[in-house]
Structure formats: C-alpha cells, structure tokens
Design a protein around this ligand. Structure first.
Ligand code: FAD
Ligand code: 5PR
Length: 381
C-alpha cells in the first residue's frame, strides 16, 4: 500500500471544487480553503459549453446539473433591434443555468467524494516545497498545493509568479430576475423568449443587454456599457435610460432596477508561469479573461480537471515535472481563448452575430476525454 497523498487548495470557486473532487475521486486526501464565511458564488447566471460539461460528466455530476438548467433553442443576436443571426449551436452541447445551481452541484460532488471544504479559512502564502500558510500564521504540508483563489490570488502573488493585466473599456452588471415570459410575449409576441438573445445597441450609445434564460423561472440578464459611461454603468441601473433603448425588456429591467448588483470591468491577466515545484495556479488565478466567449469558468474547470489528472499519474518525485508538462500541453488552448475573448471585447464584433463558427468553437470542442487532444495544439491558431 502506498500512503495517501495530500492536496491543499486555496479557493472554493469552480476551479477549486473541480480540482478537489477529481483528486479525491483518485484517492487523495483533499482540503479546500475558502476565505469567505459562506460557501456560495457571486454573480447571476452562466453559460457552459461542451468542454466543461465533459468535466462535470467525468465527475459524475451531470444529472444533477441537468436537473435545473436548460438548453435554449437558439443563440440569437440583434443589432439596433434587427435580428442578425439565430444560431442553433449544432455539434456540441451547451447549457444555461444560475451560478448558484452550478456551485451547489459542484459542492455536492466535492463532499460526496470526501473533500473537506473549510470556510473562513484564508490562505496567505504557498512555497514550492508544499507548505501552505493561513491568515492566523498556521501552516500545513502537502504533496500538491493549488492556487484556485481567483483573480486576486494570494498563492500566485506569494509565489512571485509575475503577470500582466489588461483592462478593457467595457464592463457589465449582472442580475438574476424572474422570467416574466407572459409579459414579454405581450410586448413582443413574435420573439422566442426561450432563446438567448444578445441585444446590442450602438446608436446613440453603446449599450447591450444579454438575455439568458437560466431555467423555467429564472432569467440571467447582463447589462453592458463602457466604464466611461457613468449613467450606463450605474448601479442601481438607470431604468429610464435602459427602457428607452430596450422597451421590449421593460418588465425584466424593472426587476433589475430593484436588485442589488455590481459593475464588473473586463480584464485579462497573463502569467509568466502557472507552476513551480509542488504548486500550481488555475482558473482566474492563472488566466482571467474577458467573458465574450463565456469560457472563463469553462477553462477554469477544464484546467482544474487536467491538473488533477496530471498530478495523480505522476509519482511524488515526478510531480514538479508533471505540472510543468501539464502547463506546456494545456496552456496554449487557454491562451488562444483569452486572446479571442479579448479581441471580441475590444472590437465588440459579437454584435455582428454568427459567432459560433470556425476557431471560435475551439474551446467548446476541447475534449478532456480525448488523449490525442494535444496533437492538434496550434493548428487552430
Ligand atoms: P473564483 O470564482 O474567483 O473563485 C475563487 C475563490 O477563492 C472565491 O470563492 C474566493 O472567495 C476564494 N479566495 C480568494 N482568495 C482566497 C484566499 N486568499 N484564501 C482562500 N480563499 C480565497 N465563465 C463562463 O464559463 N461562462 C460564463 O457565462 C461567464 N460569464 C461571466 C460573466 C462576467 C461578467 C464575468 C466577470 C465572468 C464570467 N465568466 C464566465 C468567468 C467566470 O466567472 C470565472 O472565470 C470563474 O468564476 C473563475 O473561477 P475560479 O474558481 O477560478 O475563481
Ligand atoms: N457571454 C456571456 C456573458 O455573461 C457575457 C458575455 C458573453 C454568457 C458577459 O456577462 O460578451 O461579455 C460578454
């Protein structure tokens, strides 16, 4: 018998929970530390594509996820209220849901796998030999330390992984509101209100409402405006402004006006390295990206899963090398997704519609169950 290996993970977000579950299911003893007192997620709704659905499937949690999520019939795009495309998304699965539902699904899977999730446990540092340090000064030792602690990662910063940060001119405020399908149908009877509808407006100013049904009862809406537009990015939202541009959305905009929210500026971070010795960073800690392709959490979960697999198949002596190999093989796909997402955010060219074509689908089609997936590295770029 070999002794059980141990992982300490900073951050109980989507990346931390996936890495923890995948390791625990392979026999590791795993603790996840969450600095917040409550285990929950910020934000409203989320879109997941085939790449991350395969991860959730591999963890055995897909039935739970599908129990309260949906696949809208079309992904529609409108520019200045003219429909420019309605894409059926063929060839791969996609799913919309609330963030709370995704979070609950992953937390249940983690606990069922025997992961210990510790709330109110703030990590301050990690070192390459496998030492993790907590806010109170206590320390613990592990074979593997994962920094899944988001865009402000303490593990990343304490390890001295340097990075660049690019902020985009746009940002978004996200809400979860009741569907109000009957009221919306009354205002616009010809619209399929089960679709995702990306409403772009460019004249007289850039304002956008991304309309995403999350299940039968809940609607995720994201209101985008340039950070420089004080009224457009105000929270609570300027109801008169938004309803003047999007009158057909008045019933759900009224709810949004009564819901607390926060304006998030888009940003992209690029690190010089993701790993050193027994430490690896993953998710927003390693590769925060613009949400344009809706793949931030998708890449976080894919990389968390492949990190766990790579660590598990390596012996303790080989671990550092295995983590380096993991970064070398997996990172190019994430880098390209970040670049595309930033380009879309910078050009706002999603307003042109017809976006689910060619290289834009590379990330969604990335298949963690395909052992030959790296052979294609670079060919899509
Ligand atoms: P986080 O979700 O940030 O989790 C990190 C966790 O670590 C948090 O719980 C935090 O409290 C904890 N933590 C931080 N510091 C410490 C510490 N020192 N000690 C202990 N714990 C700590 N992605 C998609 O795939 N689809 C979408 O549709 C989508 N839409 C988006 C829309 C917007 C507007 C934005 C901003 C992002 C969107 N994303 C989307 C991206 C997605 O939200 C992130 O990429 C994802 O949440 C990253 O997960 P994570 O686990 O790496 O980090
Ligand atoms: N897609 C999704 C999303 O939430 C956002 C974007 C695209 C699902 C922003 O919230 O383009 O910014 C985007």
């Amino acid at each position: 018998m070999t002794t059980q290996r141990r992982a300490e993970i900073s951050g109980a977000g989507f990346a931390g929970l996936v890495a923890a579950t995948a390791l625990a299911q392979r026999g590791w003893s795993v603790r996840v530390h969450e600095k917040n007192a409550e285990l929950r997620t910020e934000g409203a709704g989320i879109v997941l594509w085939e790449n991350s659905l395969k991860v959730i499937e591999a963890l055995g949690a897909l039935p739970d996820l599908f129990a309260n999520s949906m696949t809208p019939p079309f992904y529609e795009t409108r520019s200045n209220n003219v429909s420019v495309s309605a894409e059926p998304i063929e060839g791969f699965r996609w799913r919309t849901m609330t963030r709370a539902h995704l979070y609950g699904t992953l937390l249940t899977a983690a606990r069922e796998a025997g992961v210990e999730v510790v709330a109110n446990s703030k990590v301050t540092a990690a070192t390459g030999d496998g030492t993790i340090t907590f806010d109170g000064g206590e320390q613990a030792q592990a074979d593997l330390i994962i920094g899944a602690d988001g865009v402000g990662s303490a593990v990343r910063d304490s390890m001295g992984f340097s990075f660049s940060r690019e902020r985009s001119r746009d940002g978004i405020t996200r809400f979860l509101v009741p569907r109000r399908k009957a009221e919306l149908l009354e205002l616009e009877p010809d619209t399929e209100w089960d679709n995702v509808i990306d409403f772009w407006n460019s004249e007289p100013r850039t304002l956008r409402v991304l309309y995403v049904p999350a299940n039968d009862d809940e609607l995720y809406i994201a209101l985008m405006s340039p950070a420089a537009d004080a009224d457009g990015s105000r929270v609570p939202i300027d109801l008169d402004l938004w309803t003047s541009i999007f009158p057909q959305l008045a019933p759900v905009l009224r709810d949004a006006a009564n819901t607390p929210g926060r304006y998030y500026g888009y940003q992209t971070t690029r690190l010089d390295r993701w790993t050193s010795d027994r430490v690896a960073v993953v998710g927003d800690a390693a590769h925060a990206m613009c949400p344009a392709l809706a793949q931030g959490a998708g890449c976080a979960m894919v990389n968390a899963y492949t990190l766990a697999e790579a660590a598990d198949v390596a012996s303790s002596a080989e671990l550092a090398g295995a983590l380096e190999t993991w970064e070398r093989l997996e990172r190019p796909f994430t880098d390209r997704c970040q670049d595309r997402s930033q380009r879309f955010a910078d050009t706002r060219s999603m307003a042109l519609g017809n976006q689910f074509v060619g290289e834009n689908n590379e990330t969604s089609l990335y298949d963690i169950t395909d052992s030959h997936r790296h052979d294609l590295a670079g060919q899509h770029a």
